[in-house]
Every structure is written in structure tokens, then in C-alpha cells.
Design a protein around this ligand. Structure first.
Ligand code: GDD
Ligand code: MN
Length: 386
């Protein structure tokens, strides 16, 4: 008999958790015709082997050991591709997702005909359990963005615990970007129809065995996905992240300047009449923003290609050079645009022409900087090279 419910359990180094989780899940689903699919990415702790040994006790358990590819979302898609049920449920295998709400989740499909049902930590009756304030902050901000920018009508779009109808999966799967953890967001954000959704509150448990695999890359990929789903048709989401970092740089630049002024930084003479006198506060602001932009881009925008340890100064040197080159590009294009506007446009006052030239030269420098930083400073060769 083909199963009607497929529970997908992605695992990576969960050898201690999986036997307990599989046992709890199969008990909780004893009233349903179901299968449990473990998708393991060749865990160094041999979770896949432990899963295979569990099959004797839990015959409805299947194991996929992936030797190529890695990552939670892509493991979930692999599991869904192999699933036979009409309803797919995705769940963590580390005991943090409460299996007691499983029957209710499944009933929502058969009794109330929902398209998607998720376990939520952010509705009445649910909770995140014990979390650091920083994780709470990031999670709340991520939720806010998903709701505001994408108009996603759920309280916990980052939830890794949800059920989805096979038909919704089939309609959406080709659009999905399987990077990171945000598989639910992808289904919600990219599905073409309005889905009938239900939410079931639960308390996120504290991890007992093993470690979380959530890192900066996962967080970055979440933001990237929000930008991609919302603006991806028009503009590269990485460029948008880079621009957001650039905008924070403007603020840092200003703060640096104000600090320099407050500390009474002196002025400098270079001997070039057009430059003098150079205010050290201005230079300080610029340099501070170059440093902060480098760090933010290194640990956020280009996280997968980042420099670390002894390579960090090398990356910074490249970034610094690109920034100085950018100034040159801007000054030259300003000059060129201003001169040609001046000779072409008569009757427009000089300030308007200058201002227009400045805006255009900033845009040109921004693109040339982005081009150099994404192809040279953080080139693809860097990927995974840390
Ligand atoms: N196959 C596979 N490959 N499984 C993975 C991988 C991977 O690369 N990375 C993580 N997993 C599995 C883990 O073994 C665990 O069962 C589950 O995915 C969740 O990973 P955790 O590392 O425990 O994530 P978390 O608890 O910090 O994050 C939870 O909250 C996030 C939102 O705040 C999860 O529920 C996420 O799904 C959720 O997005
Ligand atoms: Mn977890």
C-alpha cells in the first residue's frame, strides 16, 4: 500500500538524536499510513548507518545517503523527490520540533483541505524556548521582512516544520532556490496561487545532543531569498545586498567625520592647490567606511567567498585598492560627463549640470566597484576556499 504521508527528516551529524526522533515520530503517526524518509548528507558521524539499522524496528523508514550536494533545503527537496505520499511533512531530526502536533497537522489536510500547514513558534501557544537575544532579534527581523516585503501571511515564515500537499510541491518545485534553510519561505514566496494555510503553535525545544548548523551563510541566504523573490526579476539580489552595505557605509562615513571633528582632527596640506586644505576628519570618515564595508561584505554579502585568518589583510588590500580606483573612476567620469554636458546643454545653470554629473559619476563608480569586488576581490575562485 502506498503511504499517504511522507515525513522528511534531513540529518547531518544527528546520530544521537535520530533514533529517538524516529521512534517518537513513528509512534505519533501510528494511526496514519506513512513513511519516514531520512536524507543524510554522508554525515561524518555515520548518521546514515544508524538510520539503516533503525529499519529493522521501523520498517516504514527509508534512508537516502547523499554523497554529492549538501544543505538542508536541498536535502528536503531530494526527500520530496523520492516521497510517495500525498502530503509531505518536513521536520528537524534533532528533537527541537514537537512531534505531538503531527497528527493535527496531517488532519488539517484531510479534514480541512489546506494546501500548507506549518508549526509556528510565534503564535499564541507557541514559543521559541530558550534563545539568545541575538537569535531572537535576527529571527524577528527576518519574519518582519518576509511579511512586509513579500506579504507572506504567516507568523513564522522561517519555520523548518511544515506540511505541504504534493500538488503544491509539484507546481512550485522548479522555481525553488535550494540554498540554505529557507525552504518554507521559497514555497510560500514562489507559489503562484493563494494557498490555504493553517498554523499550529508549538514550543521549540532546546537542543540536547549535537550542534546547530545554522550559520551566517544561512542567515545571508535568507535575506538574499527575500530580495530575490521580491526584486529578482529586475535586479541581482547580491547587488542589492552590496548596495545595502554601501548605504550603511555612508552612515559610518558621516559618523567618522563627526567624530574627527569632535576630536579636533587637523587639516593637511598636500601642495596640490585643488585639494588643499584636506580635512583629516573627511579622510578618517572615508577610511572607516571602507573598513566597515569590507567587513560587512566579507562576512555577509560574499560570506561563501570570505577571507579569513592570514588571508584577511590580503582581501582588505584588494578592497582598499578597488575603493581608491573607484574614486579615480568617479572623478574622471565626473569630469568627462560635466565637460560634455557643458558643451551640449546650453541654458541650464552650472549647478544643475554639476549635480547631474555627480549623480551619474557616483552610479558609474558604484557599478565599476561592484564589478571589481564581485569578480576580483571576492572572485568565484574564493568560493569554499576557507
Ligand atoms: N541533510 C542535511 N544536510 N541536513 C541538514 C543540513 C545539511 O546540510 N544542515 C542541517 N540539517 C538538518 C539538521 O541535522 C537538523 O535535523 C535540521 O536540519 C535543522 O538543523 P539545525 O542545525 O538543528 O537548525 P536550527 O535548529 O538551528 O534551525 C531551526 O530553526 C530555523 C529557523 O529559526 C530549524 O528548524 C530550521 O529549519 C529553521 O529555519
Ligand atoms: Mn535544530
Amino acid at each position: 500500500m502506498t503511504p499517504s504521508v511522507s515525513v522528511i527528516l534531513p540529518t547531518y551529524n544527528e546520530s544521537e538524536n535520530l533514533p529517538i526522533a524516529a521512534d517518537r515520530i513513528s509512534r505519533s503517526l501510528s494511526g496514519f499510513n506513512h513513511e519516514i524518509i531520512v536524507v543524510d548528507d554522508d554525515s561524518p558521524d555515520h548518521t546514515w548507518e544508524i538510520a539503516e539499522n533503525l529499519q529493522e524496528k521501523i520498517p516504514q523508514l527509508r534512508v537516502i545517503r547523499r554523497l554529492t550536494g549538501k544543505g538542508l533545503s536541498s536535502a528536503v527537496l531530494t526527500g520530496m523527490g523520492a516521497a510517495e505520499g500525498e502530503v509531505f511533512v518536513v521536520m528537524d531530526s534533532d528533537l527541537q520540533h514537537d512531534e505531538k502536533i503531527l497528527p493535527e497537522m496531517i488532519r488539517s489536510f484531510y479534514e480541512r483541505d489546506v494546501d500548507l500547514c506549518l508549526g509556528t513558534r510565534y503564535a499564541k501557544g507557541g514559543s521559541t524556548g530558550k534563545w539568545s537575544w541575538i537569535r531572537i532579534g535576527i529571527s524577528r527581523f527576518a519574519n518582519f521582512l518576509a511579511k512586509r516585503l513579500l506579504g507572506i501571511p504567516v507568523s513564522d515564515p522561517m519555520s523548518g516544520y511544515f506540511g505541504i500537499k504534493r500538488s503544491v510541491y509539484s507546481e512550485t518545485v522548479n522555481e525553488i532556490n535550494p540554498r540554505g534553510f529557507k525552504i518554507l519561505l521559497e514555497f510560500l514566496g514562489r507559489s503562484k496561487e493563494d494557498l490555504k494555510i493553517e498554523e499550529i503553535p508549538y514550543t521549540f525545544q532546546t537542543r540536547v545532543h549535537g550542534k546547530t548548523k545554522l550559520n551566517n551563510s544561512v542567515i545571508k541566504n535568507f535575506f538574499l531569498a527575500v530580495l530575490d523573490i521580491r526584486f529578482g526579476k529586475w535586479i541581482s539580489p547580491t547587488f542589492l545586498l552590496y548596495s545595502i552595505v554601501g548605504a550603511t557605509g555612508v552612515v559610518v562615513n558621516l559618523l567618522g567625520f563627526l567624530l574627527g571633528e569632535a576630536l579636533d582632527f587637523p587639516e593637511l596640506t598636500t601642495g596640490f592647490a585643488i585639494l588643499d586644505p584636506v580635512s583629516i576628519s573627511v579622510l578618517f570618515g572615508i577610511e572607516l567606511s571602507i573598513v566597515s564595508n569590507f567587513l560587512l561584505n566579507n562576512y555577509f554579502t560574499f560570506y561563501e567567498r570570505r577571507y579569513s585568518e592570514w588571508k584577511l589583510p590580503l582581501g582588505f588590500l584588494l578592497f582598499q585598492s578597488v575603493s581608491i580606483f573607484g574614486i579615480l573612476v568617479q572623478v574622471l567620469s565626473f569630469h568627462f560627463i560635466y565637460q560634455s554636458l557643458l558643451s551640449e546643454m546650453t541654458g541650464i545653470n552650472a549647478f544643475t549640470l554639476k549635480f547631474t554629473s555627480d549623480i551619474l559619476s557616483i552610479v558609474i563608480a558604484m557599478f565599476s566597484n561592484y564589478f571589481l569586488n564581485s569578480n576580483v576581490t571576492w572572485s568565484r575562485r574564493q568560493e569554499g576556499n576557507f
